[in-house]
Structure formats: structure tokens, C-alpha cells
Design a protein around this ligand. Structure first.
Ligand SMILES: [Zn+2]
Ligand SMILES: [Zn+2]
Ligand SMILES: [Zn+2]
Length: 280
């Protein structure tokens, strides 16, 4: 399985569009891996996770044709994860020869209502709207998504939005995708143990950066990533071969790519950047 991190930034991007803090100014100066767009991932070439406003730019940058992708997992409708305006162009005169007539958005309760509310002021062609399907997911629900088995887990994040994390499996490889989330609950970790998972890759929220452990329960920081890696290995949910990735960095709690890498030195946790590919 290939996981491509299309965007590795936190909620406002890094540098943040309107921000002149030291971290953003340094990121603009340094460029390269220190420039982080809004968070999105692509599994192989056929499963997208989240749909931020940077989706169109990601498709241009990485040569992705969304007309060839049927399935989308949405973690939660914060604006950096679900800003679906460009879906008004999925069909009619705007998109020809779609590989799949219908696209499916798997996500938490309330997603379809939010989609319709966001789109309402702009309007949408009736056929385009009819070809966008929603599959409601809730905690510990598993769905077959073409070649993948996808299990939703209640995220430690924005509970009023029913935020979800996902276990994505192709029958050989298991990925634990913890964006956005604070440190996973004991109940979820116990559940994953009961299911007998051994993860090949764990993608971890690092939004709180260098904040002290426990400062905010709805995102993780660098130290919580390190603790989580150790706990997953101790519980047998991961092993020496497991690839751990930290991502979703914000300008408020982190600096340039090189400085973030320095903090993770010796942990074998990979610091994500836009366009990074992980083979598992
Ligand atoms: Zn986010
Ligand atoms: Zn800033
Ligand atoms: Zn969020």
C-alpha cells in the first residue's frame, strides 16, 4: 500500500495565509518542506482522505484526476478537512468521462447536511448532486470500500462533529489514521487489541507540537506522539517494522521542517511533508 501525504499542515496552513508570526515568516523564507498545505492523504491511487480547500491545488500539483476516484473518507467537517465547494463541478459541462458515475463520501453523522448547507448559496446541478452519495459511519463500524476494509473509530477531537479516525486495511496491510485526534482513548486502544490488529503504519496528529503533554486533549503534540508509539508497541498493536508518521503541524506550535525533525531525532518517527510517500 502507498500512502501519499498531499498536505501536512494544520487548520490554517503553514505558513498561515494571513499570519506574520516568526514561524510563518521563517517558513516563507526557508520554503521547501516547511511549506505545508491543508491536510489530505491519498491511499494508492484510489482512496482520498479528507477534502480541504487545497484539494484542487493538490490535484494539479500531484497529477491526480478526481474523476477517476470513487471513494472519499472524511474524518470530520472542520474547514481544513471538508470544504466541498469544488464538487459542484463534478459532472455536467465541468467534467467529462468520469470513470465512476457516482462518488461516495464516507464520514460521520451530519456530513451530508453540512454538504448541502455549504453548497446551497452556490447551487448545484441536480444530476451532479444525485451522483454524490454519503455513507454514514459511526464508532467501530466497518464498511467494505472497494478493495479496502475501513473501520471508523471515535476520534478524540471535536466531539460535537462526531469526528472519526480510521483503520484502513487491504487484507495484508493495516493503517491507523489518527487525524485529527488527541491521544487515543483507552477504550479504543483496548478495542484495537481485541481485534488483533498489528499496524504497519500509524499516521499521528502532531498539532500541539512542543506543548506539554496533556495541554489540550483534542490534538496530540510531539511528546504524546512518542508516548503513543511506545504504548502501541507495548500493547502489540505495532512492532519494530511499523512506520510511524507525525503530521498536521501548525505555526503556533512548531517551526521549520528541519527543527521538527530535530525534536523527533532517535524516535524513528518520520516527520511528514507535502508530497511525502510512504510504502507499507
Ligand atoms: Zn485539522
Ligand atoms: Zn504564523
Ligand atoms: Zn479538526
Amino acid at each position: 500500500m502507498k500512502i501519499k501525504i498531499l498536505g501536512s499542515g494544520g487548520g490554517e496552513g503553514f505558513p498561515a495565509t494571513f499570519c506574520t508570526c516568526e514561524h510563518c515568516e521563517e517558513a516563507r523564507r526557508v520554503g521547501g518542506k516547511s511549506l505545508r498545505s491543508l491536510h489530505q492523504a491519498l491511499i494508492n491511487d484510489d482512496l482520498i482522505i479528507d477534502f480541504p480547500v487545497d484539494t484542487d491545488a493538490h490535484c494539479m500539483k500531484y497529477g491526480i484526476n478526481l474523476g477517476k476516484i470513487r471513494n472519499f473518507l472524511i474524518t470530520h467537517p472542520h474547514s481544513d478537512h471538508f470544504a466541498p465547494i469544488s464538487l459542484v463541478c463534478r459532472g455536467s459541462l465541468f467534467a467529462h468521462n468520469l470513470k465512476y458515475e457516482k462518488a461516495f463520501f464516507y464520514g460521520p453523522y451530519g456530513l451530508e447536511r453540512i454538504f448541502d448547507a455549504v453548497i446551497a448559496p452556490y447551487g448545484i446541478d441536480a444530476k451532479i448532486r444525485a451522483d454524490i452519495g454519503f455513507v454514514e459511519m459511526s464508532d467501530r463500524q466497518t464498511e467494505k470500500v472497494d478493495g479496502y476494509s475501513v473501520t471508523a473509530l471515535k476520534a478524540e477531537h471535536a466531539p460535537h462533529l462526531n469526528s472519526l479516525n480510521y483503520v484502513i486495511s487491504d487484507g495484508v496491510v493495516n493503517v491507523l489514521y489518527l487525524i485529527d485526534s488527541g491521544y487515543p482513548s483507552k477504550a479504543n486502544l483496548d478495542y484495537l487489541c481485541e481485534q488483533g490488529y498489528v499496524f504497519d503504519c500509524v499516521v499521528m496528529d502532531a498539532t500541539m507540537g512542543y506543548a506539554p503533554v496533556g495541554e489540550y486533549v483534542y490534538h496530540m503534540g510531539f511528546e504524546e506522539n512518542k508516548l503513543l508509539k511506545n504504548e502501541l508497541i507495548t500493547r502489540g498493536l505495532a512492532n519494530k517494522e511499523t512506520k510511524f508518521v507525525a503530521t498536521h503541524f501548525t505555526h503556533n506550535k512548531a517551526e521549520t521542517h528541519g527543527k521538527i525533525e530535530a525534536i523527533y531525532t532517535g524516535t524513528d518517527i518520520t516527520v511528514a511533508y507535502d508530497g511525502m510517500e510512504i510504502e507499507v
